[in-house]
Design a protein around this ligand. Structure first.
Ligand SMILES: Cc1cc2nc3c(=O)[nH]c(=O)nc-3n(C[C@H](O)[C@H](O)[C@H](O)COP(=O)(O)OP(=O)(O)OC[C@H]3O[C@@H](n4cnc5c(N)ncnc54)[C@H](O)[C@@H]3O)c2cc1C
Length: 459
């Protein structure tokens, strides 16, 4: 373990699964996936990180290109964000507004980006269909629910823009109609339905993807943290915490918010991990669901700057998530869980007496440029990376994992530039964040500013 992590050590306990609803509802099929590395090994491609990025890359490398690929994961498969997220398989991946994307990258590239986002949502469903993964899909869009009438107007403009300029199949739903087909509550003033999108059981998806990758010939090694990495001639030589050695021709770094930046200088201060936390209630009674006329199966977010994301689950539990504290301590997690509960009963007052049964947290990954990063190290074209999905990794990590696999498998590293079909928005390493150890403070300041704007706005 590196001497100092960015956040509290409690966030890097690879031997401990999160106390999440997802872990409690997977029917115990996790432990027979892959095996801890217990011998020295040589392979064509070594992947660091057993979440969606690493597993999708491994799945596609093994299935489509018969590449000898090994995935190394410090915890169990899906220990990171991929096993503990909110299960929104929806559009996103960048924190730049659509208009900012157009200004910076042009209309054509922005269109390309959005069409890749749609393709990425479809890709998740296609993998599930092809590999018979039952991940409990729910709904057909992501609702952005207006918290005030003025927010509805702003969402209407955004919707119009996305439909006419970018060709998205999105639509607006009035307050009255949303009360019928979505839910009813004092803070809903209509909604923007961003499509395509749906909800899923994130850990079931992750484990299903892992099993599919194994079936196609990928080797998975949970509980095998990479602790050192050097280059010897043309080979990457990595060691695990247990002391085994891996020799590989190429490496894919798939660490996202848990980026092992101590392993390679080029990775330092590129990722900005931010904590997100989720709580899940006990099973709601039919009367409690009816009290807010909760009809929709689709996941939702509300329209404030520092928003909450929420959905009802097939088990009739309610899930709500939001931004957590900036140190990452266990005490901070307890405080955040209570704050989330209070926000829940403020937004859905009929649920005053609904208790919370699960609370957990993890890192989403921002970047200095507020866009995902896909590329190869400038000083070593045999090292590939994909990260920075800004809280939208279910579709993005799956898609980028596949794109990394295709790129890596179809060319000679140094003569094979990033494929031109990928939108320029995701091209290459993102800017280095100055004074990297201050990242939690930058995040605190940024989120604090947005919270202040929400407060001025009265939400
Ligand atoms: C609370 C929460 C809610 C979220 N909600 C959503 C949502 O609803 N929808 C959505 O699209 N996205 C959501 N996200 C984000 C999404 O989960 C991530 O973007 C996505 O899972 C990233 O996948 P990944 O494979 O790149 O990274 P991860 O799944 O984080 O995997 C990285 C892995 O690398 C491993 N690793 C790190 N260092 C080493 C090392 N030295 N050796 C071996 N392994 C190592 C880690 O153990 C980790 O498992 C959420 C995230 C969180 C935390």
């Amino acid at each position: 373990m590196p001497k100092s992590r960015l956040f509290d050590d409690s966030l890097y306990q690879f031997d401990e699964p999160q106390p999440s609803w997802w872990e409690a509802s997977i029917d115990g099929n996790r432990e027979n996936i892959g095996c801890e590395l217990n011998a020295d090994v040589a392979c064509d491609v070594a992947i660091i990180g057993g979440g969606y990025t690493g597993l999708s890359a491994a799945y596609h490398l093994a299935k489509d290109f018969q590449v000898d690929v090994h995935v190394y994961e410090a915890g169990h498969i899906g220990w990171g964000a991929s096993g503990r997220n909110g299960g929104f398989c929806c559009m996103g991946g960048t924190k730049l507004e659509t208009r900012e994307l157009i200004k910076k990258f042009g209309l054509e590239e922005t269109r390309k980006y959005y069409s890749a986002q749609m393709e990425a949502v479809d890709l998740v469903r296609t993998i599930a269909d092809d590999e018979a993964i039952d991940f409990e899909a729910q709904g057909d869009c992501e609702w952005v629910v207006a918290e005030k009438p003025s927010h509805f107007k702003a969402l209407e403009e955004e919707c119009e823009f996305k439909v006419t300029k970018l060709g998205l199949p999105s639509r607006m739903v009035s307050k009255e109609a949303f009360a019928e087909i979505g839910y009813d509550a004092p803070h809903q003033h209509g909604a923007f339905a961003e499509a395509p999108g749906f909800g899923l059981h994130p850990l079931k998806y992750c484990l299903g993807l892992a099993q599919a990758a194994e079936r196609h010939g990928a080797h998975l090694h949970p509980h095998s943290e990479i602790t050192s990495w050097e280059k010897q001639d043309d080979l990457h030589v990595m060691r695990t915490a247990r002391g085994n050695t891996i020799r590989s021709k190429r490496v894919i770094v798939a660490g996202n918010g848990f980026m092992p930046e101590h392993l390679h200088t080029s990775l330092r201060s590129r990722a900005l991990p931010l904590q997100s936390q989720i709580i899940v209630t006990r099973v709601l009674s039919d009367d409690e669901i009816a009290a807010h006329n909760w009809v929709t199966q689709s996941p939702a977010v509300n329209s404030r700057n520092v928003y909450f994301y929420y959905r009802t689950l097939p088990s009739k539990r309610f899930l709500i998530g939001g931004r957590a504290d900036f140190k990452g301590t266990e005490l901070g997690a307890k405080v955040t869980a209570e704050t989330l509960r209070q926000s829940m009963v403020q937004l859905w007052p009929e649920w005053q007496n609904v208790s919370i049964e699960y609370a957990w947290r993890g890192f989403v990954c921002f970047t200095a440029d507020f866009r995902p990063a896909v590329g190869r190290m400038e000083d070593d074209p045999s090292v590939y990376f994909g990260f920075g999905y800004h809280g939208n990794g279910v579709n993005n990590a799956t898609w980028i994992g596949r794109e990394l696999a295709r790129w890596l498998a179809t060319g000679n590293d140094s003569k094979n530039p990033i494929p031109t079909h990928l939108p320029t928005i995701v091209h290459g390493m993102t800017s280095k964040i100055p004074f990297g150890s201050l990242r939690p403070y930058y995040a605190k300041a940024g989120v604090g500013w947005h919270r202040f704007k929400d407060w001025i706005d009265g939400v």
